[in-house]
Write a protein that binds this ligand. Structure first.
Ligand SMILES: NC(=O)c1ccc[n+]([C@@H]2O[C@H](COP(=O)([O-])OP(=O)(O)OC[C@H]3O[C@@H](n4cnc5c(N)ncnc54)[C@H](O)[C@@H]3O)[C@@H](O)[C@H]2O)c1
Length: 352
């Protein structure tokens, strides 16, 4: 448990890192002590913005600073396992970008190390902290949507093509983390088809179908190869239907009082009646999701509380994406969502 301001360092000043670094620097509870990037062209502009933080190209400088309590890791996916493990072994609390790792065993290993050392390990699953996503969760939990039939989600745009992972590992964790958060369950199986149209091996387009223990179906479409950006999710329940469009400037969530009811007709037959009522758009908190994410990281470090997007979420997301990847390799055949053979239940006990 930390007392007073928490000294934090940030590794990765590329496309995404500076957004998180700005929020870490803005929060009064954090003292941004280090910024790090192996590429000087990426490091210098960020170092110039935060002159009170020390700048380095070598992460070892942060790991070797005994007064540094926490590290944010915003480097490419292929570096996550190694950097997070080193940070934890050096006694640092860690905020890591999605996904936690690309192998289930690696993700479980990081969860175990964090638990053994009593350190906060939190995933930057930003959407879980976004007010529209939280509003949809409230609508589901309050029963207003009714039992959910299916969820359909589209996350496509032109680029950014990643060099080290496919679209599945790049964009997939966003939708999977949202679905796990909303539904509170992990799918039993995943089927996926995908193609690499512009790279040699890394798929740039993927279509996933997830089946949950409750019977809910989810369809996820992700692509780096689309003419325009779409971020749209539809939740279809028995009582209401909800559309969440993250690109809408104000009315990101719309609740439709629409559905189909089965009415008994004569001689034991049924008749379908269509319900088309009001469309409501609930008021949403306008706080930046990354600020809420960083504030939650701070609060977890200070209180010792398990993060909402802790190792358990990180591992579950990796399990689902891993099953999707297996399905891709087997022509779209549904694949079970597994734990590793070495799965340690104790490491999963740190659920919030
Ligand atoms: N939460 C979100 O919405 C969101 C959005 C975009 C990216 N991301 C995640 O952020 C991470 C970074 O993605 P990006 O698009 O910013 O990548 P990027 O390639 O633009 O930036 C990564 C930076 O890390 C640096 N780096 C790599 N290895 C390093 C090391 N060992 N030590 C120090 N610096 C190192 C690189 O020089 C680069 O500047 C990824 O995990 C990605 O999945 C999250």
């Amino acid at each position: 448990m930390a007392v007073g301001r928490v000294r934090v360092g940030a590794v990765g000043c590329g496309y995404w890192g500076p957004n998180v670094i700005r929020n870490l620097a803005d929060l009064p509870g954090f003292d941004l002590a280090w910024v790090c990037d192996s590429d000087p062209a990426r490091l210098e502009p960020v170092a110039g913005r935060y002159p009170r933080a020390r700048a380095t190209r070598d992460v070892a400088d942060l790991l070797g600073d005994p007064s540094l309590e926490a590290i944010y890791v915003g480097t490419p996916v292929s570096t996550h396992f190694d950097l997070v493990r080193r940070a934890l072994l050096n006694g640092k609390h860690v905020l890591i970008e999605k996904p936690l790792a690309t192998e289930i065993e690696q993700a479980e290993d990081l969860a175990r190390v964090a638990l053994e050392r009593g350190l906060t390990l939190m995933l930057g699953h930003t959407f879980v902290f976004s007010p529209p996503v939280r509003k949809v969760k409230q609508l589901i939990d309050s029963g207003q949507v009714g039992p959910i039939y299916y969820i359909e989600t589209t996350r496509v745009n032109l680029g950014l093509f990643q060099k080290d992972v496919s679209v599945l590992w790049d964009l997939g964790p966003h939708d999977v983390s949202i679905l796990l958060y909303w539904l509170g369950e992990v799918p039993t199986s995943v089927s996926a088809r995908g193609r690499s149209f512009h790279g040699d091996t890394l798929d740039d387009v993927a279509f996933l179908t997830l089946e949950f223990p409750s019977g809910i179906l989810a369809q996820v479409q992700i692509s780096w190869l689309a003419p325009s950006k779409l971020r749209r999710t539809t939740v279809v329940g028995r009582q209401r239907m909800v559309v969440y469009d993250d690109l809408e400037p104000v009315e990101k969530v719309k609740v439709y009082d629409r559905g189909v009811d089965r009415q008994p007709a004569s001689f034991g037959e049924f008749q379908l009646t269509y319900r088309s009522g009001d469309i409501l758009s609930p008021r949403l908190d306008t706080t930046e999701p990354l600020r809420l994410e960083c504030a939650h990281f701070l609060e977890c470090i200070q209180s010792g509380r398990a993060p909402e997007t802790g190792p358990h979420t990180g591992v579950d997301v990796v399990r689902v994406i891993h099953a999707a990847e297996q399905s891709l390799r087997h022509g779209g055949t549904p694949q079970p969502v597994r734990l590793s053979a070495h799965h340690d239940e104790a490491a999963m006990l740190s659920r919030p």
